[in-house]
Design a protein around this ligand. Structure first.
Ligand SMILES: CC(C)(COP(=O)(O)OP(=O)(O)OC[C@H]1O[C@@H](n2cnc3c(N)ncnc32)[C@H](O)[C@@H]1OP(=O)(O)O)[C@@H](O)C(=O)NCCC(=O)NCCS
Length: 372
């Protein structure tokens, strides 16, 4: 036991193997494909197929995958009834966590073979998008909408939320963020999901765990937190002043820094380029100036770079989406990565059970209650 290695936060520790994704300072690949190429050449549905089935789909496979997503899209009526009962001030991430757990009682897939698990993963992908859209509708005092045939997953999500045919730029950018967010090897929520799989528990429990873990502002919650931060500022000067104050107060700035990437996050670069075009197209340069006013001192003075959540928060904001929806949209994507890892762990399992270093009181005897 004494020669066991201890690293706070498991920093730098290899905690398992995976064939799903490769992450290091210079690389992010999903099953061998570079993220930049995937972002440029594929849709989220193709990426989801890649993660769950191991390779990019051929045309017929993609059609089958889309058909399965469509068939599995309707939410159980009991779930929609329950969503109507949840108070409006409950954060959407909490609603999503409850909804997935409840939907698990109406799982349309039986069995635990690799094919069953993959089909369940497709159902969960359709489910979380459906829940986000229904919650959005109900919060806006509108009735849930039936899916519209022929739309991409991203366009469907926007259509079922907003109730109108989505603007093609919005659908394309949401699709891009879904691709960028889909998978990131042993990040905290995926690792938590793998731990669930390693006990041979079920995939719904794994996804519920993933949602609960992603919610925190040090993880996926950073896309909401970073936009909430930017919204405080009326001008770049105000933003810059606040950043320098933050340095003095040792306040963390959300959407910056990463456990693995110390010289920048590939996904942030890709998305930021699109965000700049979007801001110009929408006549919203003011927001880009505020964005840059936070970024420049962080990079120059501290050498801390934006992670993907920083451009993502502002991208969703400029698309007119409410902040409470940003981390749930992350779930709509990362659910595919969680499930790919769940399947990998479940089908080639060793229980994940590390050690801890004890730091409590020295051994002592229990006194009778009258003498304590
Ligand atoms: C992601 C994160 C948790 C990684 O943390 P980590 O690998 O444990 O790195 P640390 O927190 O130890 O940071 C190392 C140093 O950089 C600083 N730092 C890291 N991220 C920072 C941030 N976002 N704002 C200000 N300082 C930051 C730390 O304060 C620390 O400084 P110190 O050495 O003077 O104490 C961290 O960067 C963070 O909290 N970022 C903000 C939340 C966020 O955007 N999360 C999404 C991640 S994809």
């Amino acid at each position: 036991m004494t020669d066991a290695i201890y690293k706070p936060g498991l920093e730098g520790v290899i905690a398992g193997e995976t064939a799903v994704a490769e992450v290091d300072q210079t690389t992010l690949r999903y099953r061998g494909y570079a993220i930049g190429e995937l972002a440029e050449k594929t849709s989220f549905e193709e990426v989801a197929h890649l993660l769950l089935y191991g390779d990019l789909p051929k045309s017929a496979q993609l059609n089958q995958f889309k058909t399965a997503l469509t068939q599995l899209r309707p939410l159980p009526t009991q779930l929609v009834q329950t969503l109507r009962l949840i108070p409006a001030d409950v954060p959407m991430m909490d609603v999503l966590r409850t909804a997935v757990s409840l939907a698990g009682h109406f799982d349309p897939v039986t069995g635990d073979s690799p094919d069953d698990l993959r089909r369940r993963a497709v159902w969960l992908t359709a489910l979380v998008a459906g829940v986000v859209a229904v919650r959005f509708r109900l919060l806006n005092r509108k009735e849930p909408l039936e899916p519209k045939p022929g739309l991409s997953h991203a366009a469907q999500l926007l259509y079922q939320s907003l109730g109108e045919d989505p603007d093609p730029t919005a659908a394309r950018l949401l699709d891009l963020t879904l691709t960028l967010y889909a998978e990131h090897e042993y990040n905290a929520s995926t690792f938590a999901t793998r731990i669930v799989a390693s006990t041979l528990s079920d995939m719904v429990s794994g996804v519920v765990t993933g949602i609960g873990t992603l919610k925190g502002p040090l993880h996926g919650g950073a896309n909401e937190a970073s936009m909430a931060m930017l919204k405080q500022f009326d001008s770049p000067e105000q933003a810059r002043k606040w950043v320098y104050e933050s340095f003095e107060k040792k306040r963390k700035i959300m959407g910056f820094g990463h456990r693995v990437y110390k010289n920048g996050d590939h996904r942030a670069h890709l998305l930021e380029a699109e965000l700049r075009k979007l801001a110009a197209q929408k006549g919203q340069q003011k927001w880009m100036d505020i964005y840059d006013a936070v970024k420049e001192p962080m990079v120059k003075e501290k050498g801390i770079h934006p992670n993907v959540d920083y451009p993502c928060g502002l991208t969703y904001f400029l698309l007119g989406l409410p902040i409470d929806m940003y981390t749930p949209l992350f779930v709509c994507s990362r659910v595919t990565g969680w499930c790919a890892h769940f399947i990998e762990q479940f089908t080639n399992n060793r229980l994940i059970r590390p050690l801890s270093r004890y730091t409590g009181p020295a051994p002592r005897a229990v006194k009778p209650i009258s003498q304590r």
